[in-house]
Unconditional design. Structure first.
Length: 95
């Protein structure tokens, strides 16, 4: 029984399904301002390069996971860009 449960939860299909659900929930819950810790993390260029390297490394082993990670990375990067643009607009309007 425990072997069946461990095989089910560690299978690639389950992990991919779980990632897609998390991605979907994240997209739904996104608001205009990303959380502060995400902003600090993604302002660090070393971390961004590291994440891209992980995506490239995972591409050889599991294409589905790397595509999911790429989508998450692009969504967060785009949200960061929109946040920066909104901040610049606020500064411009306050002049």
């Amino acid at each position: 029984m425990s072997n069946l449960i461990s095989n089910l939860f560690l299978s690639k299909k389950f992990i991919l399904f779980f990632n897609i659900i998390i991605l979907f929930l994240y997209i739904i819950s996104m608001n205009s301002n990303p959380p502060k810790f995400i902003r600090r993390l993604f302002n660090n260029p070393v971390l961004r390069i590291f994440l891209l390297m992980v995506i490239i490394y995972k591409y050889d082993k599991d294409v589905n996971l790397s595509i999911t990670l790429t989508i998450i990375y692009l969504l967060i990067t785009s949200k960061m860009y929109m946040y920066k643009m909104n901040k610049m607009k606020e500064k411009f309007y306050n002049l």
